[in-house]
Design a protein around this ligand. Sequence first.
Ligand SMILES: Nc1ncnc2c1ncn2[C@@H]1O[C@H](COP(=O)(O)OP(=O)(O)O)[C@@H](O)[C@H]1O
Ligand SMILES: [Mg+2]
Length: 364
Amino acid sequence: MNLEYAFNKTVAKAKNISRTRPKSVKSEVYDELQDLMPDEHLPYLMAQGGEHFVFGFDDPKHPDLIYKINVPETLPVVKAQLSGNPERLEKAKEEMKRMINKKREQLAEMRQYFGAEAVPAQQYMVREVPVSKKLVEVLLKDPEGQVEEIESVPALVVVQRRVDMPSDWTISLNGFYPESPKSALAFTKDRVGETIEAGNEILLGGMMSELDRESQLRWVVKMYPELDTVAWRAERDPEFKAKLEDLAYRLVEFTQDTNIPLELAGRDNMVMTKGPKGWTVKLMDVLPMDRYSMNDFKRILAKLSVGGKLNGNEAGVALNILNTIRMVNAIALIADIPERFKVIGLERVTTETWCKEFEQLFKD
Ligand SMILES: Nc1ncnc2c1ncn2[C@@H]1O[C@H](COP(=O)(O)OP(=O)(O)O)[C@@H](O)[C@H]1O
Ligand SMILES: [Mg+2]
């Protein structure tokens, strides 16, 4: 055992750190990762979200670093490596590098619109990470045959500055898809269909709703119960409200100018925290998967408005982007600014059509 490692282990022990499996991680995945983790720097698994395995470090040299392995971007490389076809592997790696360049550009745009302090310092990179046959079998939903022995794979990794999120002073600005049977709305007593209908009218119809602000707010918070805390705080904390207002302007402007549909569905993707300098915004995980853009959404709108049907991929894109539009406008409504993000032609698709098209995503 190397001495430095022994020293660090002792420090971790002295701090009495005991790490347990985060609730979001299946035990078979957790156990497998425990076996794969290197001793160096004392990594531990913090979370598994929709996209990333998120690691922190007990090594006192890296207290404020977070290491995130992007699973969906890495799986094509895993498949290519398993195929034994070197050309395919090269292509998959090239694709990953292209993705990294794109993310870097998008980060630069985000810093411009939201300010550097809102975007945690981070670096996208390709890193060889250890994997096992078993982990790959669990993660690959559609293996192309038998999975062979595999020891490591080039992965898309983001190293990010840790964001301090004190639980009493952190407010998450996310809203999961109300159409999903797993949404917070589905767990309330409110009628789902009626709520989505009203919410869509308010959030997608520009400024067309005839309801007063109070009623609009009530529907929107019903549709996105996650926003209840945000609305509550905005009503009582002027400092928070001022910061939220500023954020809302930037969100509308950013989305309108760049056409980048931010990912606002995931828990804690965008948060506001209060520290010694007051409320600050942190955009931790809002860059969308590159597989879609606002242009795809416009094509989808055109298709639906002439009675076309969406395939599974299009339905997924539509749901993500529709959610972004609604969330940007919900935050604008709560912040009480007049600006809204508008998409021409959106009003031509009814809520019934959207819900029908999304059904295919939530089977099983
Ligand atoms: N920079 C960070 N600092 C502190 N916690 C983080 C950081 N990045 C992510 N996390 C934690 O990990 C969780 C998942 O991270 P995220 O980047 O949103 O991944 P995913 O795309 O898988 O949802 C977050 O909800 C948060 O609790
Ligand atoms: Mg996330």
